[in-house]
Write a protein that binds this ligand. Structure first.
Ligand code: NAD
Ligand code: UDP
Length: 314
């Protein structure tokens, strides 16, 4: 029988790619989104498919559906958006997790949580293995997101231990690609849009902070493998590309690949901005046979192609 799959936050950047893969594979996909940072535009090509359904709904409220699998992605992910209404962000993570876990428990669905490398905070262990408990400020401007996601992980493991809910937890490291919103303030979209418009490239701080960037197709492959992994393998498992770059290196790459004349402009470093981040992915390799295939340059080229069209239409 065809699997019925719920994707919360399915009209967002990652969610739209995930929905597309699942629809193409023939599953019945229900996408739930409140369109805070996502858009109908992202899932437009799916709207006339017989096996796709779009529901406007806020995950902080209860949802009654019959499904076999749930991917829980609903939550703004860019610092600009999750800091816009921090109380709502933490409600989305915590109440969203409670509502989706309650649904999974009731209908005996398998449920995957899109957690984040942010649970490691500003890590002092490098690269970050899943065993690392992190270094998180509980009262800073990133805390609504970091601590919200940490509580969501706690809820997942308590529903697993207490109620036997079939959980899967992934920790996603910085992911980029088409369907990112041009205005969401994340570094890859910011740099590409600035370079394409010939504006200054805004590097925060001295630009020596590092991130590891995963192309969205690689991530989606890892997510689906995790969802369908052996029963009892709960994770958490890191999903990310271990290639590590400074923000200055990223800016230079984007300038080169776009052929832009943009100059680098330094701006103040936001509070609690992690100094370094790189996933240890041995567990994903062992349990899922997964590792990223798309190099940063290649992924950036595909993302630049996407934004070229967007910027031309503006
Ligand atoms: P995104 O902002 O594009 O997508 C989030 C989606 O959730 C949007 O469509 C938004 O409208 C929806 N949403 C937000 N609050 C909601 C609510 N209360 N009810 C229903 N829908 C709601 O971000 P993304 O990059 O696609 O991230 C998807 C998930 O992956 C998030 O949970 C995020 O924390 C996680 N993640 C992403 C990254 C990354 O680098 N992109 C890294 C780590 C974790
Ligand atoms: N950043 C930057 N210029 C920008 C946007 C972000 O230098 O225009 C930096 C930011 O300070 C951080 C890194 O890029 O060090 C990644 O930021 P992003 O918001 O994409 O994700 P996160 O900080 O959550 O990893």
């Amino acid at each position: 029988m065809r699997k019925r799959i719920l994707v919360t936050g399915g009209a967002g950047f990652i969610g739209s790619h995930l929905c597309t893969r699942l629809v193409d594979e023939g599953s019945d996909v229900i996408c739930v989104d409140n369109f805070f940072t996502g858009s109908k535009e992202n899932v437009k090509p799916l709207l006339d498919k017989h096996n796709f359904e779009l529901i406007r709904h806020d995950v902080t409220k209860e949802l009654l559906l019959e499904v076999d699998q749930i991917y829980n992605l609903a939550c703004p992910a860019s610092p600009v958006h999750y800091q816009y209404n921090p109380v709502k962000t933490i409600k989305t993570s915590v109440m969203g997790a409670i509502n989706m876990l309650g649904l999974a428990k009731r209908v005996k669905a398998r449920i995957l949580q899109a957690s984040t490398s942010e649970v490691y905070g500003n890590p002092v262990v490098h690269p970050q293995p899943e065993e690392y408990w992190g270094n998180v400020n509980p009262i800073g401007i990133r805390s609504c997101y970091d601590e919200g996601k940490r509580v969501a992980e706690t809820l997942f493991f308590d529903y697993y231990r207490q109620n036997g809910v079939d959980i899967k937890v992934i920790r996603i490291f910085n992911t980029y690609g088409p369907n990112m919103s041009a205005e969401d303030g994340r570094v890859v979209s910011n740099f590409i849009v600035q370079a394409l418009k010939g504006d200054d490239i805004t590097v925060y701080g001295d630009g020596t902070q590092t991130r590891s960037f995963c192309y969205v197709d690689d991530l989606v492959e890892g997510m689906i493998r995790m969802m369908n992994s052996r029963k009892g393998f709960t994770g958490p498992v890191n999903l990310g590309n271990p290639g590590e770059f400074t923000m200055l290196e990223l800016a230079e790459k984007v300038i080169k690949l776009t052929g832009s004349n943009s100059k680098i402009e330094h701006k103040p470093l936001p509070q609690d901005d992690p100094a370094q981040r790189k996933p240890e992915i041995a567990l994903a390799k062992k349990e899922l046979g997964w590792e990223p295939m798309i190099e940063l340059d290649k992924g950036l080229e595909k993302t630049i192609d996407y934004f070229r069209v967007k910027v031309a239409l503006q």
